[in-house]
Design a protein around this ligand. Structure first.
Ligand code: ATP
Ligand code: MG
Length: 330
């Protein structure tokens, strides 16, 4: 069994992009892998967020994971802030990543460009340091992410290799795994931009009702012409909808294309809406039951204990490697 780690920031209601990029693949991952799944609440603080909203989003994400089929007997679900080793390792690791590397990160450039200079906290800049700590604490071989996070995982590999070279093998060097279909779901209103929970334009939210979902898909920006064809360069809107359709149906893009030969955009959009609704509505029902029963509380509490048991071993290894003295009681 391989070890796998994945996380989502509680910055907003999850989108169809998060569902296809991460949630949907979870149930099958946990059959063959030991999964560590965390809610990246410390990462959510890297941009201003209302405390009530942060709490609500964190609970929602726990419920979403459970609704997506996370089995607490097989997988460990926890809050990043409940396992203090994440922060402790980040303080050490920050010394092995460089200003130049961090300033080249696309996410930093994107998010910082939307803020005023005085609104860009240091945490937004050092985000990949904490993310590298999240990953390295669990000795994971594989990190399933959407395409947007590949750059951060690459940086994590660099720092792990750098550290291992200097101090001897301390970290398992992880690799990013991007799903074949649905690695990057685009905004429905601007298919050249990624669908992102903190940028509400063109999103489908996992708590949108049936009517809203249909309306959003039917009014998605499409391209000139009337042929349902995958061509991201010239037909980004239609290609995005084909990706959504294929990912949800677990078929290839070519198979999806074949289903719509000779139809028109309207028929195609209707079929995409039906497919999204058919998966999201039952998912929402499961989410509501879990939220009401509060079963997530116990799952998060026990998850934190299990995660900590693993994280503290890795941290101790790192502290020893760099020369921090251990004077704890034996
Ligand atoms: P934010 O706007 O706050 O950055 P986000 O929607 O990008 O939100 P994250 O919490 O940054 O979500 O990412 C959670 C996971 O979802 C990551 O693995 C990321 O790669 C994946 N993901 C995010 N957006 C998409 C997308 N549009 N398509 C596929 N996967 C995505
Ligand atoms: Mg993101």
């Amino acid at each position: 069994m391989g070890k796998v780690l994945t996380g989502v920031k509680p910055t907003g209601t999850l989108t169809l992009g998060n569902y296809i990029g991460v949630l949907k693949n979870l149930a099958s991952y946990q059959e063959d892998n030991e999964c560590y799944i965390f809610i990246a609440d410390l990462h959510a603080l890297t941009l201003p967020i209302d405390p009530e909203l942060l709490r609500k989003n964190s609970i929602d994400i726990a419920c979403f994971y459970l609704a997506a089929g996370l089995d607490p007997k097989k997988s460990v679900l926890f809050l990043q802030s409940s396992v203090s080793e994440h922060s402790e390792l980040a303080i050490i690791l920050q010394n092995y990543l460089y200003m130049g590397e961090l300033s080249r990160m696309t996410q930093f450039k994107d998010k910082a460009s939307k803020e005023k200079e005085e609104g860009i906290g240091l945490g937004l800049f050092t985000y990949p340091v904490l993310m590298a700590s999240d990953i390295l604490l669990y000795d994971c071989e594989v990190v399933p992410v959407g395409e947007d996070q590949v750059q951060h995982v690459e940086l994590c590999r660099d720092v792990a290799n750098r550290f291992n070279k200097r101090y001897g093998k301390t970290f398992v060097v992880p690799k990013a795994e991007v799903s074949k279909v649905g690695k990057r779901i685009m905004s429905l209103s601007d298919p050249t931009k990624k669908m992102s929970k903190s940028d509400p334009k063109g999103d489908i939210y996992l708590l949108d009702d049936e009517k809203t979902i249909r309306k959003k898909i039917m009014s998605a920006v499409t391209d000139l012409g009337n042929e349902v064809k995958y061509d991201p360069e010239n037909k980004p809107g239609i290609s995005n909808l084909l990706t959504i359709y294929a990912a949800l149906k677990d078929i290839s893009i070519e198979e999806a294309e074949k289903e719509f030969v000779g139809t028109n955009y309207g028929t195609f959009k209707g079929a995409v809406a039906d497919t999204v609704i058919a998966q999201i509505v039952p998912f929402q029902e499961r989410y509501r039951k879990i939220l009401e029963s509060k079963e997530y509380e116990k799952v998060l509490r026990e998850g934190a204990q299990k995660a900590k048991a693993q994280a503290k071993n890795t941290l101790a290894r790192v502290q020893k490697a760099v020369g921090l003295l251990d004077v704890k009681e034996k």
